[in-house]
Design a protein around this ligand. Structure first.
Ligand code: PMP
Ligand code: GLN
Length: 387
């Protein structure tokens, strides 16, 4: 293994899902739904397969139907206009979008500011692109309801002459933080003032709860021309195995991402692209029901975790809950998660894996709630019995 990748072993998701299978535990680690997305969209995929649409290499940028649907979805929801031919790129999931964006946009030595804790592929892709990651740590706050917040002064202080790109994620995995209008305004102003590119991972755009609102960074003044926005059918339609994602940006930035993407997978997921095009056109009632269902699941798991003695951070978006294990008399999330299957028959993820400053993430543990309610209740019962 080369030096760029030496620090990255097996992803925590593979390790923890294998542990769940080995121990017969309830897997609240890796974030994937245990209920597949809409039947009619599965039918659309079957139709595409049968009709011979997408069984051979689709066009490099993605099938026109899907690019048009992505643009229409951005227009309908956020009033953002993208040209399906030049400003939309279909990728093999958001994972490839992130990789291709960083590989296509970074020069070796460029600094990338990412919000820590960050989704694990960010660090690896920055490394593969020869960039240097500069983490800005989201800090836990315990007043009113516990949550993680961005310190805007820390963000500003992290920018240097070598900073090329801000890598933002909202709604944020693993903390469940949704950046507010004020925070995003400050991020946008900083990007414009320092002439930075922004790659924004908005795969949980449809999963925001209570009074939180998802505001795409590209809608802020001066941002559309410097922002690469990433979405995922895995997250929005519960088809994580289909690996369909997309990028929207300017023609220049999309070309740069495509230049890298064409040598990663070239293309992927042919028939599924047609089905996702139909999914993006689903009525608002689908998205509202999806959100309401996840909100109810959040509340079941949050209540269960609180009863078991965890400090529970409020999830404003995503399908993850971050907890603090210190009220249980524990302080090392790694040790806690390795022992949890034996102790309680549940698998979770230690947030420390998403940190460069491991000690800052040590007492935090993430649970996914994109599972059937009975599964969440069973997990909560096991945790209550164990602690
Ligand atoms: N970004 C974030 C923040 C995620 O949580 C995930 C999925 N875990 C991805 C990207 C990857 O998405 P996909 O499955 O579409 O590759
Ligand atoms: N995005 C999912 C999570 O955060 C897992 C993705 C993966 O396994 N790479 O849990």
């Amino acid at each position: 293994l080369n030096r760029r990748l030496a620090e990255f072993g097996t992803t925590i998701f593979a390790e923890m899902s294998a542990l769940a299978v080995r121990t017969g535990s309830i897997n609240l680690g890796q974030g994937f739904p245990d209920t597949d997305g809409p039947e009619e969209i599965r039918e659309a995929a079957v139709r595409a397969l049968r009709d011979g649409r997408g069984n051979q290499y689709p066009p490099g940028p993605g099938v026109p139907e899907l690019r048009t649907a992505v643009a229409a979805h951005q227009q309908r929801r956020f009033g953002l206009t993208y040209d399906p031919d030049t400003e939309v790129l279909v990728t093999a999931g958001a994972t490839e979008a992130i990789a291709a964006a960083l590989l296509g946009l970074l020069e070796p030595g460029d600094e990338v500011i990412a919000l820590e804790p960050y989704y694990d592929s960010y660090a690896a892709c920055i490394a593969m692109a020869g960039g240097t990651r500069v983490p800005v740590t989201l800090r836990p706050h315990f007043e009113e309801s516990a949550s993680f917040r961005l310190d805007l002064d820390e963000l500003r202080d992290a920018v240097t002459d070598r900073t090329r790109l801000l890598l933002i994620n909202t709604p944020h995995n693993p903390t469940g933080t949704v950046l507010t209008r004020e925070e995003l305004t400050a991020v946008a102003e900083l990007a414009v003032e320092r002439d930075l590119l922004v790659v924004t991972d908005e795969v949980y755009e449809h999963l925001v709860f209570d009074d939180a609102e998802h505001l795409p960074l590209a809608t802020f003044p001066g941002m559309r021309e410097r922002t690469v926005t990433i979405g995922s059918a895995g997250k929005s339609f519960s088809f994580t195995g289909w690996k369909v994602g997309w990028v929207t940006s300017t023609p220049e930035l999309v070309s740069a991402v495509r230049a890298a993407k064409q040598f990663l997978t070239y293309v992927a997921s042919g028939p599924f692209q047609y089905a996702v095009a139909e999914a993006l056109a689903l009525p608002d009632t689908y998205f509202a029901a999806f959100r309401a269902d996840m909100l109810a699941k959040r509340d079941v798991l949050a209540a269960g975790l609180a009863e078991a003695g965890f400090e529970v951070f409020r999830t404003a978006g995503t399908y993850f809950i971050t907890t603090d294990i210190r009220p249980l008399g524990e302080s090392d999330g790694f040790a806690f998660c390795r022992a949890l299957p034996e102790r309680a028959g549940v698998v979770a993820i230690p947030n420390a894996v998403f940190y460069d400053h491991r000690e800052a993430g040590a007492p935090f543990v993430r649970f996914a709630f994109c599972k059937q309610t009975e599964v969440l209740q069973e997990a909560a019962g096991r945790l209550k019995a164990a602690f």
